[in-house]
Design a protein around this ligand. Structure first.
Ligand code: 2FM
Ligand code: ZN
Length: 672
């Protein structure tokens, strides 16, 4: 059988914040499972990924965090990489778009497109900050909404009324960072003439056997194609390779997909065969499989293919585009900034990467959005991994240690029930194989548990503990354990793409020495284990996840989110407070305090005693006679033994404190 060359990519994650399980479920775990499976099938697999490190979102976050963009992407690139390592990802190479060689490749793509007549320059009016001497992208702009006049509207849409518009439509546009006013100024940008690829794209798409909803969506998208701006005014990105274009860089979605090529080139350099990347990108026989989240489909099915079609050199177009839906966290999107997230450091102290890989695979968002919930996680861990998988491994190996001299027994004179069992397992292995080929890891994970469950039912039905007591049934007992060990081998095989760490352990626990990844799927499917092989002492694969843990995790999730809730006050809450003008009649130091005054205050209809921490900022003379603002309906509180019946308003900036006061309003006047 000829080995197929398969190039697998997973969408390059931004280096702009920590990744979470939502990302993993979309473009990553399915890619890793597929790569692991195809390697077992002896294909020549190359699986590449890397961090997407340019773009305006990154400069904005970096500036907000007080970092340079380079420091910012260095930080999150490392975090991305560590996260994938933690989850036992098997990339052959994990690169980054700031890597050596990426810039030149992007510029070459542009030059080819330009020379082939697919790029046009246009002058348009854009928002410019005279103070900062630069053009600002939408994300950097705020202003007054043209529709509802909300004065802190974003550059692309208004968060108050939902209107969407061009940043140039905003009234009173300002820089989000410095507040500097912006003006309209003409500037030149470069546009990719996507509509020129319409016919070619449609024809190419017709040759694809993708999910019907993906094809339908992409076809509609192609019909609507128009020129798309591929440059931005920024200092962070791949610069344009044309004279007089300082300050212009490529739009991140122009450079990012080229990152797949530069990652492959970097891999080739790494292995010391710099031309090897061509085996993948320039050979029409290579199968290119790009795993993406559904929001990335247009870029991979239209934008990047068009860029490739416009090249002088032949590069592979995507063959398969497995696109998953979204994976949420208990009904909402994962969001660190909203406090709706899982603390990964804490998670990995308590749970293993295989537990989460399995939980995600078992509920992968292949056909519709799905979600992680702590309850479901507990259920997957306890009922499936521990109750079905772990149970079969454990009971088989303990039994073999006790009643079969700790060795793999020989299979001889099998009964019908044994043969049926082995055939059913073989049938399930075949089904799993098909699932992996079709990117259906959800069904594959079910098959893993069906195999384990079949093993448990068979074990129960054969009752080897009964045959162990009767020497005339020892042959039957040995066959039972030999068949169960075959079942464990099948479990290791079929579960390896999803839970590689566990599969590897099972593989060693059934007496096998070489690393599991060196196996071939077909060999394991066809050949039985060698009788007489010594079985090592089994170890426990999974621990029980207790109810209390799950209650605590759920509480933690909710409290993290509560703490992050925007502390907005309603108008009713504000109206509850009674602000009044009060005249300070006297001010006495509170004994044993160096900052408190006991103030006597005239509120018009009554006098109040208020204790206030202003003595380091005001002398008695300075404060007496002032018409200050008081919250008059605050519940009384004892401060240093003195009952305070209200509070003075004051502003503070560093060490400067200033009590709010009015000049002409008489005591008792209401302030609102
Ligand atoms: O959506 C994202 O996370 C993008 N960074 C994906 C880029 S995929 C590829 F084109 F690089
Ligand atoms: Zn608005």
């Amino acid at each position: 059988m000829k080995r197929k060359k398969i190039l697998i990519t997973s969408a390059l994650p931004y280096a702009n914040g920590p990744l979470h399980f939502g990302h993993i479920a979309g473009a990553y775990l399915p890619g890793d499972c597929y790569a692991r499976y195809e390697r077992l099938k002896e294909n020549e697999v190359l699986y590449v990924c890397g961090s997407d490190e340019y773009g305006i979102a990154i400069t904005l976050s970096a500036e907000m965090a007080g970092r340079t963009p380079q420091q910012h992407v260095d930080l999150f690139h490392k975090m991305n990489k560590d996260f994938f390592d933690h989850l036992n990802f098997s990339f052959d190479h994990y690169s980054r778009t700031t890597c050596k060689g990426h810039k030149e490749l992007v510029q070459q793509f542009f030059n080819d497109l330009l020379q082939n007549g697919y790029i046009e320059e246009k002058i348009t009016d854009q928002l410019y900050s005279p103070k900062d001497d630069k053009f600002l992208a939408d994300r950097y702009v705020t202003g007054t909404c043209p529709q509802c006049s909300y004065d802190k509207a974003r550059g692309d849409e208004c968060q108050n009324c939902g209107a969407s518009y061009e940043a140039t439509d905003l009234k009173n546009p300002r820089s989000k960072i410095t507040g500097a006013p912006l003006i309209l100024k003409p500037t030149k940008h470069w546009f990719l003439l996507l509509e020129k690829f319409r016919e070619k794209l449609l024809e190419w798409l017709d040759s694809k056997d993708w999910k019907p909803n993906v094809v339908k969506f992409v076809k509609n998208y192609i019909e609507e194609l128009k020129p798309r701006c591929i440059t931005r005014d920024s200092y962070w990105g791949v610069p344009l390779p044309l004279p007089g274009t300082e300050g212009k860089v490529f739009y991140v979605w122009f450079d990012a997909p080229i990152g797949y090529l530069s990652a492959t080139k970097e891999w080739a350099e790494k292995i010391g065969e710099p031309e090897r990347w061509k085996d993948y990108w320039c050979d029409p026989d290579t199968k290119l499989v790009e795993f993406v989240g559904k929001d990335n489909v247009p870029f991979h099915a239209v934008f990047f293919p068009a860029m490739i079609m416009g090249q002088k050199q032949f590069y592979k177009l995507v063959d398969e585009l497995p696109a998953n839906e979204f994976y949420n966290l208990e009904g909402r999107q994962f969001s660190k900034s909203d406090g709706w997230y899982i603390d990964l450091e804490d998670f990995f102290k308590k749970y293993t990467s295989d537990q989460i890989r399995y939980a995600i695979a078992a509920n992968a968002p292949e056909t519709s959005d799905s979600e992680f919930s702590w309850k479901d996680f507990q259920n997957r861990c306890n009922s499936d991994l521990l109750g079905k998988y772990g149970n079969l491994v454990n009971r088989t190996l303990i039994f073999a240690a006790k009643h079969c001299d700790g060795k793999i027994p020989e299979m001889k004179d099998l009964e019908e029930v044994d043969r049926t069992f082995l055939n059913e397992i073989r049938g399930l292995i075949g089904q799993a194989s098909k699932c992996y080929e079709e990117f259906k890891i959800r069904r594959a994970s079910q098959i893993v548990m069906e195999i384990a469950q079949k093993g448990n039912v068979y074990f129960d039905a054969k009752k080897p503990w009964v045959s162990a007591k009767d020497p005339s049934l020892h042959r039957s007992m040995a066959n039972t354990i030999a068949c169960c060990l075959e079942c464990l081998k099948a479990l290791a095989l079929v579960s390896f793409p999803i839970i590689p760490g566990t599969a590897e352990k099972v593989w060693h626990m059934i007496g096998q020495k070489k690393p599991f990844s060196q196996n071939r799927w077909n060999d394991l499917e066809e050949k039985n284990l060698l009788p007489g092989t010594q079985l090592p002492t089994p170890e426990v694969l999974f621990r029980k996840v207790e109810d209390e843990e799950i209650v605590l995790e759920s509480q933690k999730l909710r409290s993290l989110s509560q703490n992050k809730q925007d502390p907005l006050a309603t108008i009713q809450e504000f109206q509850k407070l009674d602000f009044r003008v009060g005249k300070v009649l006297s001010a006495e130091p509170v004994p044993k305090s160096d900052n408190l005054f006991k103030l006597s205050i005239d509120l018009g209809s009554e006098k109040r005693t208020i204790v206030s921490g202003i003595r380091r900022h005001y002398s008695a003379e300075q404060i007496i006679g002032k018409n200050v603002i008081v919250i008059a309906n605050l519940a009384p509180a004892k401060i240093m033994g003195v009952e305070s019946q209200g509070m003075l308003l004051a502003g503070k900036n560093g060490d400067t404190l200033e009590v709010l006061s009015v000049d002409t309003l008489p005591p008792g006047s209401k302030v609102s």
